[in-house]
Design a protein. Structure first.
Length: 461
């Protein structure tokens, strides 16, 4: 396989609509142009009020989806620059310079765009609602794929829908992003039938979940065909996945310490039990944590918070180095679509990540998190219980003065316009109506979802 020609295909800047002519002074590459389109959009801004770990938190330190996404974008850019250097070394060309890094910066920025309010528990609320709802006789005519799209609702799948359909700015093509940017966020290039496989039935890492709804299947197939992905992940996905995992593994612990959910002894004990103390790099990492803690304690500062924040630097460096080595060592296999594991599964990185994951489990048991997750669950299910029954009525339209019509009017005009003008008429109307409601609810911020639920139920007037 010729790596240079393969990556030229993988980075082909095709779009669903030909882009507007650029002015001569615009020196950006196609992926930098994608980033510019994204960073100024309202969907990105709404991430500032969406949960990362702590729902409805008022602290200015605790991360939101926006701060997490910016961190993933930064890490992605760094990993992309390392990958560019390896391609330059292998191919003796600088043609890829600036392309992978800017592509990963864009992908990192939007990778969580479709996550509903209240984090992963918001996803669970939607899944649980439809798991019960779709058992009724109303849906007897639906295909398994249509049902599984809702029963296995996933924020990552919703991200692809937002990027291809839901940001109305000019026409039906949403942001009209490049194919490589769109494919970079499809972690599981399967539909809801072929994906979501039990562990024993998975033939590939891509079978774990799914990547696109029935409503966006044509868009996915067009991208897959043009970039010659053959139903496998775009190689950039592996680097994005690693960026995301590195970012949240460390950040969850920082936030957990700040919220009072972790103490020094627990952190130190967890790293000692997970890391290989005979490995000099890992033992030095633990030693650095001890030194940082002692240093800040002697200075009578906020020692644990500062020690953990400073500890992030060497921990992150080791993880990044491991990812880069794994990517470079398996570049040909990755380029062919034959690599079948996470880059962070390399031994040293995997041990460090395991320690962070064990600590994260403690953080997630925080009573503040649990209580607010329950609140979020009730809010999401409550909104679905209010809106979904209206979808069955002929009065669910803008002209109607009935209750159903009034509820329809409360839905964002952007989503209504897309539903009324661009829905796929070959798909069951009921599927599209339910999707309109899910688009609306999953796109809400935490605060807006809570406020609307309180207003519609009379708790708040």
């Amino acid at each position: 396989m010729n790596i240079e020609s393969r990556w030229s295909e993988l980075l082909s800047p095709l779009r669903f609509r030909d882009p507007s002519k650029r002015p001569d002074f615009d020196g950006r590459n196609d992926f930098e142009q994608d980033y510019g389109r994204l960073i100024f959009s309202s969907s990105i801004r709404r991430l500032q009020d969406k949960t990362q770990v702590f729902p409805l938190d008022k602290s200015d330190f605790i991360r939101t989806r926006l701060t997490h996404s910016l961190e993933v974008s930064s890490l992605g850019r760094s990993l992309g620059q390392s990958a560019e250097r390896e391609l330059e070394r292998r191919c003796s060309t600088s043609k890829f310079s600036g392309q992978l890094s800017s592509l990963l910066a864009s992908a990192g920025l939007v990778h969580d765009l479709g996550n509903p309010p209240f984090g992963h528990f918001g996803e669970t609320a939607i899944q649980d609602f439809f798991n019960k709802e779709l058992q009724t006789v109303r849906y007897e005519s639906w295909t398994d794929q249509m049902k599984r799209d809702y029963i296995h609702f996933d924020g990552n799948v919703q991200t692809f829908r937002i990027l291809t359909k839901l940001h109305f700015f000019k026409d039906k093509f949403s942001y009209n992003l490049s194919y490589p940017t769109l494919s970079s966020i499809i972690k599981y290039p399967r539909n809801s039938i072929n994906g979501n496989q039990d562990k024993l039935k998975r033939k590939s890492i891509s079978d774990k979940k799914y990547g696109y709804f029935l409503s966006e299947e044509n868009e996915y197939k067009a991208i897959d065909k043009e970039l010659k992905l053959k139903g496998e992940r775009h190689p950039i996905v592996f680097l994005l996945e690693a960026s995301d995992d590195i970012a949240y593994s460390i950040a969850d612990i920082e936030d957990g310490v700040k919220a009072g959910g972790l103490d020094y002894e627990t952190i130190l004990e967890t790293f000692n039990s997970n890391l290989d103390l005979n490995d000099s790099t890992q033992s030095e990492l633990i030693q650095s944590l001890e030194e940082f803690y002692t240093e800040f304690k002697e200075k009578d500062l906020d020692h644990l918070n500062l020690a953990v924040q400073r500890f992030r630097v060497p921990a992150q460096r080791i993880l990044i180095e491991s990812v880069v080595q794994e990517f470079n060592n398996n570049l040909e296999e990755i380029s062919r679509g034959e690599y079948n594991k996470e880059l962070l599964k390399a031994p040293r990185a995997n041990q460090i990540r395991s320690a962070f994951e064990e600590l994260a489990k403690i953080v997630f048991k925080n009573k503040v998190i649990i209580k607010r997750e329950v609140t979020g669950y009730k809010v999401i299910q409550g909104l679905l219980n209010i809106y979904i029954p209206s979808c069955y009525s002929d009065n669910f339209n803008y002209q109607s003065k009935t209750l159903e019509g009034r509820l329809y009017k409360t839905i964002s005009s952007n989503y209504r316009y897309i539903y009324e003008n661009f829905k796929d008429k070959s798909i069951d109307e009921k599927y599209s109506r339910l999707q309109l409601v899910v688009d609306f609810i999953s796109g809400m911020t935490d605060s807006y979802a809570l406020k609307l639920y309180q207003e519609l139920t009379g708790i708040r007037v």
